[in-house]
Design a protein around this ligand. Structure first.
Ligand code: ADP
Ligand code: ADP
Length: 239
């Protein structure tokens, strides 16, 4: 079944830049898509139109059948809870521990601070701990976020996104601040977790070699147009 359906999506920024032109994209349950293309191709804009950090100029974005382009703020917040987001900059809460950052995924920012005073349900803590074990961070659970390396921070970002129990993962340049070896580990981890959970993902990745190595489906953007959509092995023929 279809998790995300983007149809005839256009984005023109106030500056006049036409960042997306009639983009059509359909992503099924469990499907992991790597978005590649040169800088300025529109990859970030596409991801931001899905979570509505950017308002598209025209066209449709449906998450599990729900049109997200015209949602009001309360429904938009609900829709965003169904999308796990993983960023280049990690965006962890620095003064809080690994465990606390992981738990914040369950509740969102406001809910997090409310529950903080009442303590979290033990089932949430257990789930977060299981995920921290899975990503190799169980012995860091009580460390503050600002004491972690880049790769460790990204693992916490992944756990936090999964604590949301999302239907779709949006991943924007997850390895841009990481060294090549850590980048491969993080990409492999994201892919394995998606496979284990049957979770769909869009990964904006500028490193084509990494995309080919880890994704079964690659979508190539150029000047706001999809110029390639297929498995890595047919990328050579197209290039
Ligand atoms: P990519 O992620 O592939 O590098 P972007 O989506 O960031 O591409 O950018 C696509 C195009 O939209 C570029 O021409 C870029 O300059 C333009 N653009 C991106 N963000 C903005 C913005 N906030 N305001 C105006 N133009 C923007
Ligand atoms: P990326 O290529 O990873 O999307 P950039 O470094 O190009 O990121 O852009 C960083 C920020 O600047 C983003 O928020 C983007 O939307 C914005 N931006 C990019 N291009 C433009 C532009 N031409 N005018 C205004 N803002 C832009």
């Amino acid at each position: 079944s279809t998790v995300l359906e983007v149809a005839r999506l256009n984005k023109r920024y106030p500056t006049g830049d036409l960042a997306l032109r009639d983009v059509d994209l359909r992503i099924g349950r469990g499907e992991v898509v790597a978005l590649i293309g040169p800088s300025g191709a529109g990859k970030s804009t596409l991801i931001r139109c899905v979570n509505r950090l950017v308002q598209p100029t025209s066209g449709s974005v449906r998450l599990d059948g729900t049109e997200v382009t015209d949602l009001g703020s309360a429904s938009l917040r609900r829709a965003r809870r169904r999308m796990g987001m993983i960023f280049q900059e990690y965006a962890l809460i620095e003064r809080l521990t690994v465990m606390e950052n992981a738990l914040s995924g369950r509740l969102g920012y406001v809910g997090f601070w409310r529950s903080w005073f009442r303590r979290f349900p033990t089932t949430d803590v257990a789930e977060a701990f299981t995920l921290l074990i899975r990503v190799g961070l169980s012995d860091m659970a009580n460390k503050r976020a600002d004491a972690l390396s880049g790769g460790q921070r990204q693992r916490v970002g992944i756990v936090r996104a999964l604590m949301q129990r999302p239907e779709l993962l949006l991943v924007d340049e997850p390895t841009a601040s990481l060294d090549p070896k850590t980048s491969r580990q993080i990409m492999r981890l994201i892919l394995e977790l998606c496979t284990e959970r049957g979770l769909a993902a869009i990964i904006n990745i500028h490193d084509v070699a990494l995309a080919r190595q880890f994704a079964q489906r690659i979508v190539g953007l150029r000047a706001g147009v999809i110029v390639f959509d297929g498995p890595p092995n047919s990328l050579d023929a197209a290039a």
